[in-house]
Every structure is written in structure tokens, then in C-alpha cells.
Design a protein. Sequence first.
Length: 384
Amino acid sequence: MKTWLAAVATALIVTLASPALAQDGRGWSLAIHGGAGVIERGSLTPEQDAAYRAALDSALQVGAEVLEGGGSALDAVEAVIQVLEDDPLFNAGRGAVFTADGRIEHDAAIMDGTTLDAGAVAGLTRTRHPISAARAVMEDSPHVFLIGQGAETFARDQGLEEVEPAYFFTERRWRGLVRQLEREGLPVPARPEGAPAEGAMATVTPPLDERKFGTVGVVALDREGRLAAGTSTGGMSGKRWGRVGDVPVIGAGTYASNAEGCAVSATGSGEYFIRATVARDICARIAFGAAHPQLAAADLEQRRAWCETRAAEGDICLVSQLLPGIAEARAEIAEVGALGGEGGVIVMTRAGRVIFAMNTSGMYRGRVAEGEERRVAIYADEED
Ligand code: ASP
């Protein structure tokens, strides 16, 4: 049995590895995430599982339309994140988590890989689409990062849509906050002004464990070969003292560089992603591999040998484990894990190759590329 399996596994490596390794320069490509965390089979009802898959799929469709129509990677990133910000399933825009004092404060960032231009915002409370505020900072201000009231004023002056803070309210996140504060023995704030009366709002899903983070992010490559990345979040439930996570910190939760051939969006416990400078490090590692082909080739040979050993033992070594980029992303996530953090990343290479890496049991994620079907996945062990 083992010998038979080994033969199949080896064949799989040989037949799948070559075309996959030669996929450079094939048109546009897009990948998304909707947060990582403790997401196990059995912790989602079939309805919740289906709702997340449908939401990810529609977001992918929006991005595919932009890129298929010749739109830029930046346009695709913004359009897809707007859709996810409007969806109460995710911790971004409508459906974002609450601070300990019962407010919602949004953080977002966007980056253009061709110019290294970037824009970020933190602590927004009224701008409907924080990702668009981040883009406005990038394109219409001399700055990179605006926070709080000033950022909100800037967004308003740019004509971006504003909503009442209660627009972002969801019963599910509110219940999550109340439960968390009670558990931590902290005071529970009054129900936010303008929120629907208790019981009046249909909960899309029952309250879920807040260790499912729910931030959203997109990485894209357009037909012109331009890379872009964007991320948007309400941050961590119960955050205090003006806490800001990794999402709007360029190089931590968000980064894109055509020179390095890489775009990254992260999700997870932001404090660790900031310290490990995750997004930039992945790009730097990828660029280093590309600049030192002999090292990259040796590394690839090592990975092939590792796969063959596993195959000899009867395991199937996934072809993705051979691809450049995966080792870099995994090394970064391992670093986050070593510090005590958890989460995941999505990576787009200049070849349009998508890499998902996580140290959690799940990450809502999906991808689509020119001429290919849309694919979504949730659990860590699911094919993506
Ligand atoms: N990284 C985000 C933060 O720390 C949270 C998340 O990814 O859900 O603010």
C-alpha cells in the first residue's frame, strides 16, 4: 500500500510541479482574505459556512470584473474591499468589532507596488469605506498615514461618503463585546446611540468566538503587471486607549512592491505582526530569492528532496510546497508564532502566483485568475 501511495505521490509531484512552476506572465490574478482564527469544521453551522463562501465568492467576482475589464490592481483592491466592508459578516466597515467603550474605530491601508505609494488611516468612525479614505490619503495628500478626527475631516473634504456610527452596528459583534468584557470583569458600556433595539436586528449568525479575527484584505496583479495590496479592519474586539494594529502599518499588515515582486495582506493578532514586520519581510525574502537564483535553486532542490522523502514514506507532498514564495510566507508566519501571535497572510507574486499561509485552524480566503475558476476555502487543511 505504502509503495503504491509513494508512486502516486511522486507522479503527482512530477506532473504537477512543472506547469505550476512555469506559470509566469499569464495575465491578471487576485486573492482575498476575510480573516483568520480558530475556525474549525463543526464550529460553523452549514448555513454559516455557506454564507461565508458565498460572500467570498461574490467579492472575487467583483474583482474579476474589474481586472477582466482592464482595470488596475489598485482599482480591484479598492472595489473588492468596499464589498467586504459593506458585508456584516466581516470585521471591517459594517460588522466591525467594538472598542471597550462601545465605539467602532476602523483602520485601513492600501499600497501601489509600482510606485511604492501608500495610504493609511486609523481610528475612523464615520467614513463608510475606510479603504477609500486610505486611497485618498495616498493619492490626494502629501502624507502616508492619518489618524482619528483629522483623518475623518480629510476623508469628508475628499467627498467620501459618511454614515452615522450606528450604521456599522451588528448585534453579533455587540454581544461578542459584552461577553468579552463580562469575562474580563470590565465595565460594559451603554448600547451605542442609534443602534437598533435589542432583538430588533436579525443576527446574520449567532455570536461567534472572537478569536476569529475577520479583517479583510486583497492582493492583486493586473494585466499591466502592476501589484497592489489593501487591508481593512475594525481591529481587535475590546481594544482600548486608541489601540491600532498592524493593518494600517505599512510593512506590517500591508505591503506591495513591484521591485520585489510581491504584494501581501495579513490578518491576525496585530501586535505580533507589527513586531515581525511581516508583510515587508515576506517581500524582501522573495526578492532575495529572486536576486540569488543559485540559492533559490538550491532551496527548491531541498524542498523537492523533502517532498520525495515524504513520498517515499507514503505521504503526498502538495505541489504548492515546492513553489517559491511559500517558504518565505511560512517562515514569517512561524516567526509570528514564535513570538506568540496567530494569524495568516495572502501573498501575490509578480508571476500571479497566490500563496496562503497561516498558523490558525482556518482563514476565510479565495482566489481567481484570468481564465480560471473562482476558488474559496475556509479551513487550514482545505485545498486552496
Ligand atoms: N490584524 C488585525 C489587528 O490586529 C486584526 C485582524 O486581523 O482581524 O487589528
